[in-house]
Design a protein around this ligand. Structure first.
Ligand SMILES: [Zn+2]
Length: 298
């Protein structure tokens, strides 16, 4: 049984989820949310009849702070953290990750959005290869390395359920599928390959961290919409990059472009705020500019 836990990020609903699965070895967690939502996480887990100390196995899709920022606190309570090999060093010695996130969000943003990040001892970080299967009690999870959004991204398959992190996009309250494109790893071609891999799996649901379940009947349409949106964003950005514009100059134009896309899909103002809460447009400007710089300057 999967429980979708709403972490009430920035006191708003339907933005960041963690997922609790009940197994014979106790509850396991997929995603932790940031440390700023540790209290709502604790309360949500208690609401399902468990304590955080009961959780001995935590699976993270990637090391972005909205997905894994509280992993250290669960490790302090005794959990093993399962992650992509490229993420281990950053979780073990997070100074570089923190510096990179601070460049993006600023000191004030770091505190307000993510709160603290502490190192996780290496022996509690279990790296998982592509297609490796992890067994916990009577249950197994299979890792699919799925780069494109981040080089350290894993989609975790549990039976016919897939915890897709950010590689399957953001979709909030029935709105359209949108691609989160933060720096530094965005790679459109790798992302498309990962989407092909996901399409090839037999699935009942895809679970999005932002936010919730996509049922089988909607999976292909969702992934097609995401891929089209990703290409649309990337192609929108390219001429701005080629004209040598600065991110600060592009951001209001891109925000207007995204807002118009969401409005065309009949997303309300309140839902637009949730999309921005989960996937701020300014962040994708930085990520897509970096993608084009890497690709075109080679
Ligand atoms: Zn991410």
């Amino acid at each position: 049984m999967i429980h979708v836990l709403d972490l009430k990020f920035q006191n708003k609903p339907d933005t960041i989820a963690a997922f609790l699965i009940e197994t014979s070895a106790g509850p396991i967690l997929v995603e932790t949310g940031p440390y700023s939502t540790f209290k709502p996480l604790k309360e949500a887990v208690q609401g399902k009849g468990y304590t955080l100390e009961d959780i001995k196995h935590v699976f993270i899709t990637h090391i972005h702070l909205d997905h894994a920022g509280a992993a250290w606190a669960l490790a302090e309570l005794g959990a093993t953290i399962y992650l992509h090999p490229f993420g281990k060093q950053h979780m073990n010695a997070p100074s570089k990750l923190l510096a990179s996130a601070t460049r993006i969000y600023g000191e004030e943003g770091m505190e307000r959005l993510w709160s603290t990040l502490k190192p996780i001892p290496a022996e509690q970080l279990k790296t998982v290869e592509h297609q490796e299967v992890i067994t916990v009690g009577d249950t197994t999870l299979k890792a699919w390395h799925t780069p494109g959004h981040a080089v350290h991204h894993i989609a975790w398959q549990w039976g016919e359920e897939l915890f897709a992190g950010d590689v399957a996009g953001v979709k909030i309250e029935g709105g359209p599928a949108m691609p989160p494109c933060p720096p530094p790893d965005i790679n459109i071609e790798h992302w498309q390959e990962s989407l092909r891999l996901i399409r090839s799996l037999k699935l009942n649901h895809i679970y999005l961290t932002h936010f919730g379940a996509i049922p089988a009947a909607q999976i292909h349409r969702h992934l097609d919409e995401l891929e089209a949106g990703l290409l649309r964003w990337a192609n929108w950005m390219r001429p701005h990059y080629e004209q040598g514009k600065k991110a600060a100059e592009i951001t209001p134009l891109f925000q207007a472009f995204v807002k118009q896309q969401l409005a065309a899909a009949e997303v309300t103002e309140a839902q637009y705020d949730l999309y921005e809460n989960a996937n701020p447009a300014w962040m994708s400007v930085a990520g897509l500019l970096r993608y084009w710089r890497k690709k075109l300057e080679q």
